[in-house]
Ligand binder design. Structure first.
Ligand code: BG6
Length: 486
């Protein structure tokens, strides 16, 4: 279904995110007929480009990041026709009037501003928009991560933006929420009757959330070395996943109802501080190694040989202090240069209360639900099944396997495709509210502070392995193991 006509202005329009994700996603929505005719896309940056050069850049980006089979010639040319470019100095005066002039005739349209820039500019840009009368009742401002580097800086950004816009017009992106399987987690829980009755500490032994990447810091060392895995992945993406697993059913699939429930989870996270940081967290940093038979440099070498105490891996044990989840550990781990790219959520159920099959039946492995976010999106439910044959009752663990690729033959849209269309539709459900972001920092800050106060430098791990051995010990101490697909 086509969305209503819009003008979308992308600050950071010549940057990496715009090229890699935003323009390809907008192109694919346009190709499928979702952008209505008078919609325009305006790239904005400090670079000196004219419209023709900008279009040529975007064309190259499409050719690089969109698969060939999707690059329909007519669709590409229609998309490029929508593009404009204005040079604006976000911190000064240059260009704002040109931008205002260009979109002046679009007052009735949705007017979205996507801030794909460093967060240091969010204050200047939003105030610039206000000062030059660019904000309309149909304005939506999208803020890319990172939303600050701690609670204080996140609050500063939120204050600055709230100065000129109400919360209902602010869209804080966490692209994990736009992933198909992440939304499927809500379908699984709330569109089925099977799971909810066993979704609690009486039936669930523990939860694991893994977001593993093979890539290193991919030329983003400048950003990454001021950030690290806790800020880059845990405070946002992983906590959002944890919230969707742990939250109570919202009263409706409506933005604030959903965000209220996520907020309650964030506020119920058990604090991690000097008293328990050693037993609950592991930091790691990769040394050189090999992935898929190819050698991979050390993090330090990617930085240009500098020493660094930033973590590229985190494992931790979280706890949600509510009646539903008391005593159920949530083990989280994420890292760069791990052996495979895999993101998944594992719900490990408890053992049956009693085996009636005696020793002959063998071990009854407790049920396990694995939600695979990427790649090979799908859901597996491991069940105990009788081994076929007349030889007596022997059991085997077998997965009920739902593969999205096999079941739904269609394409799997990128998270940004969904989220960009939600911005135009004015649907905030998959965007983070101010209080959520701040609650996540309230939990993350003491971990960062404690690591620094106690001088906890990251444990080394070899690129191509599952992180430092301490990450294995973190879960094995509790008599459990990280899930591995058999
Ligand atoms: C980003 C992080 O938010 O998410 C990156 O800044 C990370 O460091 C990326 O690589 C992972 O996203 P995805 O969609 O590839 O899992």
């Amino acid at each position: 279904v086509a969305v209503e006509p819009f003008d979308l202005v992308v600050f950071g329009g010549t940057g990496d995110l715009a090229h890699r994700k935003l323009f390809p996603s907008l192109f694919l929505r346009d190709r499928d007929g979702q952008l209505s005719e008078p919609s325009r896309i305006v790239g904005v940056s400090r670079s000196k480009l004219d419209r023709k050069q900008f279009r040529a850049e975007v064309k190259t980006a499409l050719e690089t990041y969109v698969s060939k089979t999707d690059l329909d010639k007519a669709a590409v040319s229609r998309f490029l026709d929508r593009l404009h470019f204005i040079m604006v100095d976000a911190t000064g005066e240059a260009g704002w009037d040109d931008l205002a002039k260009l979109i002046a005739d679009g007052l009735d349209k949705v007017r979205a501003f996507y801030l794909a820039t460093s967060p240091d500019l969010f204050d200047d840009i939003t105030h610039g928009l206000s000062k030059h009368n660019l904000l309309t009742p149909k304005t939506r401002v999208v803020l890319e991560k990172p939303l600050g580097r701690d609670l204080a800086s996140a609050r500063e950004i939120n204050e600055a933006v709230a100065d000129v816009l109400p919360e209902s017009q602010i869209y804080r992106i966490d692209h994990y929420l736009g992933k198909e399987t992440v939304q499927n987690l809500m379908a699984l829980r709330f569109a089925n009757v099977l799971f909810e009755p066993v979704w609690d500490s009486a039936h669930v032994d523990h939860v694991q959330i893994t977001v593993a990447e093979k890539v290193g810091v991919e030329g983003r060392a400048g950003y990454y070395d001021k950030s690290g895995a806790l800020r880059d992945m845990v405070q946002n993406h992983m906590l959002q996943l944890l919230c969707l697993v742990a939250m109570e059913p919202p009263s409706a699939m409506e933005a604030d109802a959903l965000r209220d429930e996520k907020l309650k989870v964030l506020r119920a996270l058990k604090p991690i501080d000097d008293s328990n940081i050693r037993s609950l967290t592991v930091r790691g940093q990769y040394r050189s190694g090999a992935i898929d038979g190819k050698s991979a440099p050390a993090y330090r070498d990617e930085l240009g040989g500098e020493e660094s105490t930033i973590e590229t891996f985190v494992a931790l044990k979280a706890e949600v202090q509510t009646w539903r989840w008391a005593g159920v550990p949530f083990y989280l781990r994420t890292g760069k240069r791990l052996p495979s790219r895999v993101s998944e959520i594992v719900i490990q159920f408890r053992e049956v209360p009693l085996s009636i099959f005696g020793a002959a039946g063998g071990f009854l492995a407790p049920n396990r639900l694995v939600i695979r976010l990427q790649p090979d999106e799908g859901v597996k439910l491991y069940l105990m099944i009788k081994d076929p044959g007349p030889g007596g009752l022997r059991f085997r663990e077998v997965p009920l396997n739902l593969s999205f690729a096999e079941t739904f033959k269609g394409p799997n849209p990128d998270a940004y495709e969904r989220l960009l269309m939600d911005v135009i539709r004015g649907n905030q459900a998959l965007f983070m509210r101010r209080d959520e972001v701040e609650a996540a920092w309230i939990w993350a800050d003491p971990i960062l502070e404690s690591w620094s106060r106690l001088g906890r430098v990251p444990d080394p791990y070899t690129a191509g392995t599952w992180g430092p051995s301490a990450a294995v010990a973190l879960i094995e101490r509790d008599g459990r193991t990280w899930h591995e697909d058999p």
